[in-house]
Ligand binder design. Sequence first.
Ligand code: SAM
Length: 499
Amino acid sequence: MGMTFEPKVLNVEQLEPFKIRDVRQSILDKIQERIEQAGYNPSRPLSVVQKNGKYIVADGNHRLEVIRKLGIQDVPCVVYQDDPYSIATKSNQDEDTYAPMDLFDWLDVIRKLQEDGLTQAKIGEVIGWVQQNVARYLKTGNLTPQVLSLAKKYQEGRGVKNTPSGVFDFTEGWFRNSGIYDLMPVDQMELMRWFVEDKKCDAKAKSVKDKAAELQFKRNSKIYVAKELMRPADQAKFLEIIQSFYSQIDHGYIKSHDQLEKLVNKKNVDWEDENRIKIIHADVFDVIDNYQAGTFDLLIADPPYKVLSDEWDTFKNKDEFIQFTERWLKRVMPKIKDTGRAYIFFSQWYEFDLYEVLRNNDFFGMNFGQKLIWYYRNNNQPSNRKEYRYCYEPIFYLYGKNAGELNFTADTYGDDQMNVWEEAMPQSNFKEGKNHPAQKPLEIYRKIIKTGSKMGDAVLDPFAGSGTTGCVCKELNREVVMIEKDLDYCKLIQTRLVV
Ligand SMILES: C[S@@+](CC[C@H](N)C(=O)[O-])C[C@H]1O[C@@H](n2cnc3c(N)ncnc32)[C@H](O)[C@@H]1O
């Protein structure tokens, strides 16, 4: 369709802005600098539309603002006889436009046309798009204003500079492929925050989709839990149970609907009775004396050993740490039967100190068996080139004065009878997962529990962490008491035990 137009020099007073999009300060600055240096470029006339005796600036609103500011009177224009929207949107797509239209400009234009009562098809005609494209943009436009304005804040070319996460060119396609449309508004906001505020602006499309799927899974899980646990007899207990589930979901301990279903159906399990597994949420020093001396057949202790930055593993200095070690050993070791055994995990940095503490205390009335070695190859920390790379942790093995033989059976034949056990350090991508920074491999605990105890024996783990001991005791039919002072870890243990 032909379009009539006529070049004309107009006085700035005759021009009226037609703002279908936000004016951006960075563009104003750029244009002002150019005009101040080289004067107004006559080969870039403003596109205006004559309407009711006025000239509406369909394209060139940034330039108009600068022209006014600089007091320029005569402005080269091209006068069109057409719809200003149509001229504006077409001009703004030109390759050499000063400020190309971005997603948010298009959303504004389309919304305004929709407010004017135009159908999707008609909007498409005005701006030269197929209707499907208009429909897609309207879908993006239907996201909550909070989500859109957060995205806009980080949109490339718009105001925000030097944000910690950088900026991003949000497009309709990005929204369509992000998985955000499948989420509830609160999670849409969560996804957007994650993307722009948690420095994920460069996240690949796949990670964004995965994050959206994770948020959706968590939301559906909460809905499922709420539905399944409806009509409670005791309101206070109900809230407590629900909160406990929600916290496990939020922490990401629950990975599949199947796990969740099992967990929900065991909601009233009394761990002590049903599985002979006891989880005690407490500081070991506060509860250990609830057990008499000589109660347990097997101790597996994986105590804090001053290597991680977590609060529970932090000590002022080495002295404080060694004193702590001696303190818990003095309280815990007497609880082992004289027929029992103890396995103590420690860091190789301090293994000589541990040995000294044990010797100074006459090995707490036990025999020092030997140092077992858990050997792993998946430590990526490079050597400092004066020393070799660290790839093992010592496990001190002691046995009671009246202990019988180790439980070597057909099942423990071979490597289990050696004193070096190779097993990779748990990683989050392993089948058994990793939700605790110091989680130990199930297989190492199997070797200990199989060889160091018998079916029905009583096991104590005073620093339970993620409950590796409990998982193996359940599998191998041992009774177990696990003590853990962090409530979240206690919940993690429950999750691991039912799934
Ligand atoms: C090395 S981690 C145990 C990891 C565990 N073996 C596993 O496989 O997951 C030690 C745990 O002891 C807990 N802890 C530290 N001091 C404690 C105390 N005084 N009483 C009870 N638990 C404590 C910490 O919260 C931490 O989870």
